[in-house]
Design a binder for this molecule. Structure first.
Ligand code: FES
Ligand SMILES: [Fe+2]
Length: 410
C-alpha cells in the first residue's frame, strides 16, 4: 500500500523512515562502475517513456529512439491496425540499421507503408514481419516467417508511449506506474497538442540534472527573478506544500502563489505585455474538472504538481498546460536532455504569442539550471567530499538516489 502522509507536525522526511536523515553520497553520479550497473539494472529493465501518441498521428507514422545507455536503437510505429509497436532497429539479414535518414546515429521520424533496408533491400511490414527478400531462392531453406524484426515491449499510458528492453518485464506498465501516477488517468494530455521541443547535451550525470528539478530549495538563490524578496516568507525561501512517494516514483506540489499576482516591478516587461511567462499563460482556457490525482495533498490554492516517474521522466502539470523532461544518460558525466511544453492549440494570435513567451521564458530558466550543473558535476568528480546534507525540502533528491540504489542492488 502506498502511504500518502500529510504531516501535521514533524518533517516530510521522517514520515518515510527508510530514507533516513543522514548525509547522502553522490558517488553514484561520478562512478563509471555504477554507470555500468545502472545500464543493466535500470535502463534495460524499467519502462522508459520514449514519446507521445501525438508523435504517431496516423497509421504508418513512426519515430526512432536512440537509447545510448542501453546500447539500443528502437523504432516505434503505429501499424495499419492502429496498434503502437516497437522493434529493435536492426535488419535481420546482416544487421544494418533499418530506419534512419542521413546519419545512422541520429533519430528520425516520418511516415511509411513498410520498412525497407537500404543495404540489400529486405522489407518489413509495420507489424514487423519480413515481407520481401531479394533473390530469396539463393538462400538456404530461408523462411521469411523466421526473420521478423526483434520486438521490444511497448505499452501506452494516457498517450505516453513506453518501451521496456527487458526480455520479460516483471511488471506491466500500469503496475510499474503504480497508483500515484495512474491517478492521472483522466488528465487530458491529448488535448495539449501544441508543443515546443528543446534538447541539449548537458555536462552532468543524468541524476544531477534530475535533482535540480525535484526540489525548489535552489530557486531563491539560482533564479532570484522567480522569487522576489517581497513574496518569500521571511527566512523561508520557497517551501513546497506537499511531497509524496510511491514506490520508485515521487511528486511534489507547490502552493499557488501565481506569478501574475506579483507586483508589476517583479514582472518582466514582456510578461506584462503578453500576459504570459515562466508559469505559462495568465488567462488561457481552463480545464475542468482536473483529476483529483493532480493534487493528492489537497493543497489550496494549488500551484504546480511535479511528478517524477522513475527512472528518467518528469511531468510538471500547471493545470491547463504541462511540461515534460527526460534525461538520457550518455556517459557517467554527461546526458542528453529533452524537454517540451505542451498547450491546448492556440485559438488566436494572442494565445500563440502567450505560448511562445512561456517557451522562451522556460528556456531562460532551464539554462540557468543547465549552466550551473556542469559546475556541480566537475566538483563532485574531485570526490573530495562524499557525504552531503539534504534538508526536508530536498526529500525527493534523497528518495531518487535511494530508488536508484535499490534497483541496482536488486
Ligand atoms: S542488411 Fe538489411 S538487407 Fe542486408
Ligand atoms: Fe531551477
Amino acid at each position: 500500500m502506498p502511504r500518502w502522509p500529510k504531516p501535521a507536525e514533524g518533517s516530510w522526511t521522517e514520515h518515510y523512515p527508510e530514507l533516513g536523515t543522514g548525509t547522502v553520497s553522490f558517488h553514484d553520479s561520478v562512478s563509471a562502475e555504477f554507470y555500468e550497473l545502472e545500464r543493466e539494472a535500470i535502463f534495460k529493465r524499467a519502462w522508459l517513456n520514449v514519446g507521445r501518441i501525438e508523435d504517431l498521428p496516423r497509421k504508418g507514422s513512426y519515430f526512432t529512439k536512440e537509447i545510448h545507455i542501453a546500447n539500443a536503437s528502437v523504432v516505434v510505429v503505429r501499424g495499419m491496425d492502429d496498434e503502437v509497436r516497437a522493434f529493435h532497429n536492426i535488419c535481420r539479414h546482416r544487421g544494418n540499421k533499418l530506419v534512419w535518414n542521413e546519419f545512422p546515429r541520429e533519430e528520425s521520424q516520418g511516415f511509411c507503408r513498410q520498412f525497407n533496408c537500404k543495404y540489400h533491400g529486405w522489407r518489413y511490414d509495420l507489424e514487423g514481419n519480413c515481407t520481401f527478400v531479394q533473390q530469396e531462392d539463393e538462400f538456404f531453406d530461408l523462411d521469411k516467417a523466421d526473420y521478423g524484426l526483434a520486438p521490444v515491449h511497448c505499452e501506452v499510458w494516457n498517450g505516453f508511449v513506453f518501451v521496456n528492453l527487458d526480455r520479460e518485464p516483471r511488471q506491466t506498465l500500469r503496475e510499474f506506474l503504480g497508483p500515484m501516477i495512474t491517478a492521472l488517468d483522466e488528465y487530458p494530455f491529448d488535448k495539449m497538442s501544441e508543443r515546443y521541443d528543446f534538447e541539449a547535451d548537458n555536462n552532468s550525470n543524468w541524476k544531477v540534472f534530475a535533482d535540480a528539478f525535484q526540489e525548489y530549495y535552489h530557486v531563491p538563490a539560482l533564479h532570484p527573478q522567480q522569487t522576489p524578496i517581497a513574496v518569500r516568507k521571511p527566512g523561508m525561501g520557497v517551501e513546497c506544500a506537499h511531497f509524496q512517494i510511491d514506490g520508485p516514483h515521487r511528486m511534489t506540489t507547490t502552493g499557488g502563489a501565481r506569478r501574475w499576482n506579483l507586483p508589476p516591478e517583479y514582472q518582466y516587461p514582456v510578461e506584462i505585455a503578453t500576459r504570459s511567462g515562466l508559469l505559462g499563460p495568465w488567462d488561457g482556457p481552463t480545464i475542468e474538472p482536473l483529476p483529483a490525482g493532480l493534487n493528492p495533498g489537497g493543497v489550496e490554492p494549488w500551484g504546480i504538481s511535479n511528478f517524477q516517474v522513475f527512472p528518467n521522466l518528469e511531468i510538471l502539470i500547471y493545470g491547463n498546460w504541462y511540461l515534460v523532461y527526460r534525461y538520457w544518460p550518455t556517459s557517467p558525466s554527461t546526458h542528453h536532455f529533452e524537454a517540451y511544453l505542451a498547450f491546448p492549440p492556440a485559438r488566436n494570435v494572442r494565445e500563440r504569442v502567450e505560448h511562445e513567451c512561456a517557451a522562451v521564458m522556460f528556456k531562460e530558466f532551464a539554462l540557468q539550471d543547465a549552466g550551473m550543473l556542469g559546475g556541480t558535476q566537475a566538483a563532485l568528480e574531485t570526490q573530495v567530499v562524499d557525504g552531503f546534507p539534504l534538508n526536508d525540502q530536498e526529500i525527493l533528491v534523497r528518495h531518487f538516489h535511494k530508488a536508484v540504489a535499490d534497483w541496482v542492488s536488486a
